[in-house]
Design a protein around this ligand. Structure first.
Ligand SMILES: Nc1ncnc2c1ncn2[C@@H]1O[C@H](COP(=O)(O)OP(=O)(O)OP(=O)(O)O)[C@@H](O)[C@H]1O
Ligand SMILES: [Mg+2]
Length: 247
């Protein structure tokens, strides 16, 4: 566990969807260079919480603090611009754009042709290739729509985007769920690299093996409330499962 002040903290977060109280007064924080695993059963509120942190949803109550100040993100672009990159469970890629365009989504480089700014697609593809090379993932082509890629390749594009933009906080909602075993290992190695570089990582997973391998701290949600929090080295899978089922 890191002793540094939190880089990002969510305090007292509540969110209701119609008749469903998805979150009630939830707390979550991550420090620089810390990997926090967010665990909980299906429907516990994990995705809802990280969507609030990353600007997809607005909380009904509670606040976000980033580098010590209260902050509000009106949309995911604002969070991304602030250095919070999120890899969503449902993969927020633009399906009909190519790999390069997805890495640069909303932040496209331009070049001038006869004085007129045009989007620089060649640069986007070359940079996308470089960021995926870091991940040791090579795609066949970088100029095809991402809807033609496999789930694992799409995940890699999203991770490549986070690396390219040097995220300060990286949030991953089940990043390895759609991946083959070699790619899962790569993602785990990548998380270790990001941690060493001072990035704060919030990692959602149902895989307790991955959680115990990679995290410094485990935060458990149960039916929309904090069910417990442990330093990873001071707990064990049985205890975490007990917390997950509300024991
Ligand atoms: N957009 C939405 N509209 C209505 N209800 C929602 C919406 N998103 C989530 N919910 C509800 O909020 C609760 C928490 O869902 P959430 O997706 O956050 O769970 P989760 O912990 O991520 O689960 P899983 O492990 O299955 O991904 C569930 O009861 C879910 O049905
Ligand atoms: Mg979820």
């Amino acid at each position: 566990m890191s002793d540094a002040a939190p880089l990002l903290a969510a305090k007292g977060i509540s969110k209701r969807f119609g008749g469903v109280q998805a979150l009630k007064g939830v707390e979550l924080s991550v420090a620089p260079g810390e990997v926090v695993a967010l665990a909980g059963d299906n429907g516990a509120g994990k995705t809802t919480l990280i969507k609030i942190v990353s600007g997809v949803f607005q909380a009904d109550a509670g606040e976000l603090r980033y580098e010590g100040s209260a902050i509000r993100f009106a949309n995911p672009q604002e969070a991304r611009r602030a250095g919070i990159e999120t890899i969503y469970q449902d993969l927020a890629l633009a399906d009909n754009l190519d790999v390069g365009a997805n890495v640069f989504l909303g932040r496209e480089p331009h070049r001038r042709v006869l004085g007129v700014p045009v989007i620089d697609r060649a640069t986007m593809r070359a940079e996308a290739r470089r960021s995926l090379d870091v991940l040791d993932i090579q795609l066949h082509r970088y100029d095809v729509p991402v809807r033609t890629l496999s789930g694992g390749q799409r995940q890699a594009v999203a991770i490549g985007r986070a690396i390219y933009w040097k995220a300060r906080v990286l949030i991953m909602d089940e990043p390895t769920a759609a991946l083959g075993v070699p790619e899962q290992r790569k993602v785990m190695a990548l998380i270790r690299n990001l941690k060493a570089g001072g990035v704060g990582v919030i990692f959602i997973s149902h895989n307790l093996g991955d959680i115990f391998e990679i995290s410094d701290r485990i935060v458990v949600l149960h039916r929309g409330v904090n069910a417990g929090e442990r330093a990873t080295r001071a707990t064990n899978p049985d205890e975490i499962v007990r917390l997950m089922v509300g024991g």
